[in-house]
Design a protein around this ligand. Structure first.
Ligand code: SAM
Length: 190
């Protein structure tokens, strides 16, 4: 669960995102972030299920990193944060250090496609990167039975292909939650 310090950093990052959108900052320079309501939900979900081994694909400047690191602190687990862009990741590292959460996050810089084949027994994964990569990265995950995968932006970007894909997995269950920009929550088979 998030505390007031976590929420203050999340609000700071979210306010900047809104400001960049209002100011029409070029898309490539914008900080794209998870909505604060989704951060609240994910932090509660992950601490609630007691996940210790978690990954986020697309850490950016770190709203989801704060949420998942706070959960990792509670479960005494670890978040592996994958991000391909160095400046945003450097900022996220500083925020996580300020919050005293560094021991719960391993930051990895590079393409998630290179890291995912080496990560196994995952209990929780957040997919929040380029939308055309969602299905490819979902299929690369090596999950523990009963693991949960959440994908952001399924409503804002109408990711019907991804939703159909996860719902076609044998014995998995999946639901779209109208939180933030739309979260697809998938629980893989036991
Ligand atoms: C929507 S933002 C993530 C927002 C972040 N989860 C948050 O809550 O602040 C998407 C991020 O995914 C990163 N990304 C895109 N493709 C990637 C890849 N193949 N591997 C790692 N990161 C990637 C982008 O650089 C960008 O920072």
């Amino acid at each position: 669960m998030l505390n007031e310090s976590h929420r203050a950093e999340i609000q700071r990052l979210w306010a900047r995102k809104a400001h960049q959108e209002d100011a029409d900052v070029p898309f490539s320079e914008r900080h794209r972030n998870l909505a604060p309501a989704s951060a609240e939900f994910l932090s509660a979900l992950v601490s609630g299920i007691g996940a210790k081994k978690m990954v986020e694909i697309g850490g950016s400047s770190g709203i989801s990193t704060i949420a998942l690191a706070a959960a990792a602190q509670q479960t005494q687990g670890k978040l592996i944060s994958l991000e391909i862009e160095p400046i945003r990741q450097a900022e996220s590292k500083q925020t996580i250090a300020r919050l005293g959460l560094s021991e719960f996050v391993e930051f990895r810089l590079g393409d998630a496609a290179d890291a995912l084949p080496w990560l196994r027994d995952l209990e929780f994964v957040l997919i929040d990167c380029e939308k055309h990569d969602y299905i490819r990265f979902f299929d690369m995950l090596r999950l523990r039975p009963g693991a949960i995968v959440v994908a952001d932006n399924v409503l804002s970007h109408q990711l019907t292909g991804y939703v159909a894909h996860v719902r076609s997995q044998p014995r998995s269950i999946s639901v779209t939650l109208p939180i933030g920009q739309g979260l697809e929550l998938t629980r893989v088979a036991e």
